[in-house]
Design a protein around this ligand. Structure first.
Ligand code: G6P
Length: 611
């Protein structure tokens, strides 16, 4: 999704903005640009493609003189990803420059009106319309701030915007509505940005802007007003404890590999403080949840990988937690007028905490009077702030666009949640060794990840020329089959389908051939005999199979399974946590072998903040 950064201070703004844009690259983008004060004019430089193209153009500009500027990485929503549509955009007179993340829904209506007043547009974007509107309002408003506010009041939709102008050199105005925007406060300097890493090397003091707020920054000074009536708003400055080390690749070739390998630590961090020893044994403690009753039904709503984590947890929440679960993709939930009865709750899952559809689902649930639990990674994100209760996954920043460690942390937390509900519903609850299994998991992962990576590399070389792949699993492995297929297509662009194994014979089996291999989940659990039969059905149609197996699955080699990928024996629920890095590493190694842009796959964004 689009990345935004603005700087006002005492240092050369453009190099600092470029540095910030590099740190926002993980959000995904297709073009980029900057605007800065150049003598008494506003200068805009932009380029299609990666930031290197913009850097090249900046070399021939006198950008170093500017100490105020704004920069943007664009992920196209309106208009093609070409330079003309890249941000910043200028007002009709060229005296105001804007950057924007989001969508102005009524831009066509405003554009028609402005055209009738003589405005001409050079791009296809909704953003350019907004900056023209600000320019138009400026003709009658008493100040730029008022013109900005008036224009925003007319805009419907989502935005995080920042502007600079010829009229007020050194000043940035910014505002947000349903899109993330933060203020970084340094000494004699301020930043506005869509995400904390953009300015983290310069300051850790952060102000979270809310929907409907406008901010003015100038050097180290800042002030916030409510857009509605321009009443001043008191804001708290928060200190962010992370460091940039956490966001560096840690010696790995890609962030994705680093993040897969971090999963032992992720599980440890996720468990820390959440398991206590009592006289009757170990128990899960979620003090933040104690004030809420156990829900009569839990509606899980999420997108992408977070949805797969929810699907994986459904059976646990029902069988261990005793809570019936409904599951929805957020973009469907928000438009289907869901039935939410009293006593039911909504659980939204989101790594970023900013996914537009998930946030809309949360707001809908709140409107319907439902309590919402947010399961989030990013502290202070919109979902984290708007949910009634937030459970943080504590996975640390996830930079690679394809989500990996976040799912591991979500599965860990959801397992704890199932156990927690089980405990609350039944004082004699027994976890069947699952808590001990979770506590041993970091060590188990640590011991096995290096050899799993080697195995993935070998398999990748063998299967990377496939055009299609099936991922098939039953029970808890259905969700992991979905996730395996998602990971492979996301980063290697190989067509992959995730299916419940039992559903194969209702259509998909027609596709099986030696050119359409299968990645099978054949782990030791109650469903293993069923999976074995399904595998035989695939083999009977000349399908090639890579199977993730434990003890029981050893026999599958003799039946004709081409590759057995042995995983250690573990508690049945814990085995899922071993298959997750296996499928992640396989996708990673295939994509790397094929030379793909692993951390920033084409067309994808880390944080999808528009619907
Ligand atoms: C994007 C990302 C996915 C992610 C999904 C949901 O599509 O590319 O990796 O799973 O959004 O994101 P969230 O931050 O809500 O978990």
């Amino acid at each position: 999704m689009c990345g935004i950064i603005g700087y006002s201070g005492h240092r050369p703004a453009v190099p600092l903005i470029m540095d910030g844009l590099h740190r926002l690259e993980y959000r995904g983008y297709d073009s980029a640009g900057v605007a800065f004060g150049h003598y008494d004019k506003i200068k805009v430089v932009k380029a299609e493609g990666k930031l290197a193209a913009l850097e090249e153009k900046l070399k021939s500009n006198e950008a170093l003189l500017a100490t105020t500027g704004i920069g943007h990485t664009r992920w196209a929503t309106h208009g093609l990803p070409v330079e003309r549509n890249a941000h910043p955009h200028l007002s009709q007179e060229g005296d105001i420059a804007i950057i924007h993340n989001g969508i102005i829904e009524n831009f066509l209506e405003i554009k028609e009106q402005l055209e009738s007043q003589g405005h001409a547009f050079v791009s296809d974007t909704d953003t350019e319309v907004l900056v023209h509107l600000i320019g138009e309002e400026r003709k009658t408003a008493s100040s730029l701030r008022e013109a900005f506010a008036r224009a925003l009041r007319r805009a419907r939709g989502a935005y995080a915007v920042a502007i600079i102008s010829q009229e007020e050199p050194g000043v940035i105005y910014a505002a947000r509505m349903s899109a993330p925007l933060l203020l970084g406060v340094g000494v004699g300097e301020c930043f506005v940005a869509s995400d904390i890493p953009a300015f983290l090397p310069y300051t850790r003091e952060v102000v979270f802007l809310e929907d409907g707020e406008i901010v003015r920054v100038c050097d180290g000074q800042w002030q916030v007003w409510a857009l509605e009536n321009m009443a001043p708003v008191e804001k708290e400055v928060n200190h962010i404890p992370w460091d940039m080390q956490a966001a560096a690749k840690g010696g790995h070739k890609h962030f994705m590999l680093k993040e897969i390998m971090e999963q032992p630590r992720v599980v440890t961090d996720c468990l820390s403080g959440r398991i206590v020893n009592t006289d009757t044994g170990k128990r899960v403690c979620f003090p933040e949840m104690d004030a809420l009753p156990v829900p009569e039904r839990l509606h899980i709503v999420a997108c992408g990988t977070s949805y797969n984590a929810g699907l994986w947890a459904r059976q646990l929440l029902e069988n261990i937690g005793g809570v019936p679960v409904d599951l929805d993709i957020a973009s469907e939930f928000r438009y289907r007028d869901p039935m939410l009865r009293s006593g039911e709750m909504v659980l939204v899952i989101s790594q970023s905490g900013e996914t537009a559809d998930t946030l809309a689902a949360l707001r809908l649930a709140r409107e319907k009077g439902c309590k919402v639990i947010g399961l989030c990674n990013v502290v202070g994100s919109s979902i984290a702030r708007e949910a009634h209760v937030v459970l943080y996954t504590q996975a640390g920043p996830e930079i690679s666009v394809a989500s990996t460690k976040a799912m591991c942390s979500q599965m860990t937390l959801l397992t704890l949640l199932a156990l927690y509900y089980g405990q609350r519903r039944n004082p004699d609850f027994s976890d069947g060794g699952l808590l001990d299994g979770l506590l041993d998991l970091p060590q188990l992962l640590e011991a096995n990840l290096p050899s799993m990576n080697e195995k993935a590399q070998t398999l990748a070389k063998k299967f990377a020329d496939s055009q299609d792949f099936f991922y098939l699993g039953r029970g808890q492995y259905q969700a992991l089959a979905f996730e395996g297929a998602l990971k492979l297509k996301e980063i290697s662009y190989i067509h992959a389908e995730g299916y419940a194994f039992g559903e194969m014979k209702h259509g998909p089996i027609a596709l099986i051939s030696p050119d359409f291999p299968t990645f099978a989940f054949a782990l030791d659990d109650d469903l293993y005999p069923k999976v074995k039969s399904n595998i035989q059905e695939v083999l009977a149609r000349s399908g090639r199979i890579v199977a993730l197996v434990q003890e029981q699955g050893r026999e599958l080699g003799a039946l004709g399974v081409e590759e057995l990928w042995m995983l250690p024996k573990a508690h049945p629920v814990i085995s899922s946590f071993l298959t997750l890095p296996a499928l992640q590493l396989f996708s990673y190694q295939v994509a790397d072998y094929l030379g793909k842009d692993v951390d920033q796959p084409r067309n994808l964004a880390k944080s999808v903040t528009v619907e």
